[in-house]
Design a protein around this ligand. Structure first.
Ligand code: DC
Length: 223
C-alpha cells in the first residue's frame, strides 16, 4: 500500500499520542511526537537560563539545538534526543509543562521546529501528532484527524500519568496546567491550535482504545 502522512491534532491530553502510536504500530509507520520537540527546546532554554523574550538569544540558542528521535527496542517507543542526550522522560515534568506553551508560541521556535518536522515527513509513512500538523506542517496530508475529549476525562488521564512520577501532584495543578496550555495554544498568533477544514473529528471521551483505532483504520480505508 502507498505510504501516506497521517496528522493528529487536538487539545492537550486527549489521547492523540495513544492513537498515533497505535496507528504507527499497526501500519509499520514512524511515530513523531511534535510536542516532545517543543518540550526539548523548552528544556534547553531553561537549562541555559535563556531570556526567550530576546529574539537574538533565541536564534543563537536554536543554532545549538539538534533534535532526533530514536526507536527504543526495550520500551517499544520512539524517544527524543536533545544534542545526543535522551530527554524523553525529563521533558514530561510539570516544570517543562508550565513553560512549554510560552516557548511554543515564539515565531522563531516554530519556524525551526516546523522545518525539522517537514524533513522527517519527506519519505511519508509517518504519523505525527501535535497542534498545527494538519494546518501548517503537512497541509496536504492524506489523512487528518482532530481529537477531542471532555476536560474532566483529560484531567483524570493526565493526573494518573503524572501521579506515577510525582505523588505530590494535585488534580488542581494538572487541571490548571491543561487549561492554561489549551488557552495559550489556541490563542497564540503563529499557527494556533485549529482543526484543519478537512480534518475528521474523533471524540474519545467514551470510547475504548480498541474502538478509536478501529475508527481511524476505517477512515484510512475510506481514503
Ligand atoms: O503534546 P504536548 O502536550 O506534549 O505538547 C507540549 C506543548 O507544545 C503544548 O502545550 C503545545 C505545544 N505544541 C505546539 O505548539 N505545536 C505542536 N505541533 C505540538 C505541541
Amino acid at each position: 500500500m502507498k505510504k501516506i502522512v497521517i496528522t493528529i491534532d487536538g487539545w492537550s491530553s486527549c489521547g492523540k499520542s495513544t492513537l498515533a502510536k497505535q496507528l504507527a504500530k499497526h501500519l509499520g509507520y514512524v511515530y513523531i511526537d511534535s510536542g516532545a520537540m517543543y518540550r526539548a527546546i523548552t528544556l534547553y532554554f531553561l537549562r541555559h537560563h535563556l531570556d526567550w523574550t530576546d529574539v537574538l538569544e533565541v536564534n543563537n540558542a536554536l543554532k545549538n539545538i539538534i533534535l532526533e528521535f530514536h526507536f527504543n527496542e526495550k520500551s517499544g517507543q520512539s524517544e527524543i534526543y536533545l544534542n545526543g542526550e535522551n530527554v524523553e522522560y525529563v521533558i514530561r515534568d510539570l516544570v517543562i509543562a508550565e513553560k512549554v506553551s510560552d516557548v511554543a508560541a515564539i515565531k522563531e521556535v516554530r519556524t525551526f521546529a516546523v522545518a525539522e518536522q517537514q524533513k522527517m515527513g519527506k519519505k511519508k509513512g509517518i504519523v505525527m501528532d501535535g497542534r498545527d500538523i494538519g494546518t501548517t506542517v503537512f497541509p496536504d496530508a492524506a489523512l487528518k484527524i482532530f481529537m477531542t475529549a471532555d476536560i474532566s476525562v483529560r484531567v483524570e488521564r493526565r493526573f494518573k500519568e503524572m501521579f506515577e512520577k510525582n505523588p505530590n501532584i494535585t488534580i488542581e495543578e494538572v487541571k490548571n496546567n491543561l487549561e492554561m496550555r489549551d488557552y495559550i495554544d489556541s490563542n497564540r498568533e503563529v499557527s494556533p491550535l485549529r482543526k484543519a477544514a478537512d480534518a475528521i473529528v474523533i471524540d474519545n471521551t467514551n470510547i475504548s482504545m480498541e474502538q478509536q483505532l478501529k475508527i481511524a483504520l476505517n477512515l484510512l480505508k475510506e481514503i
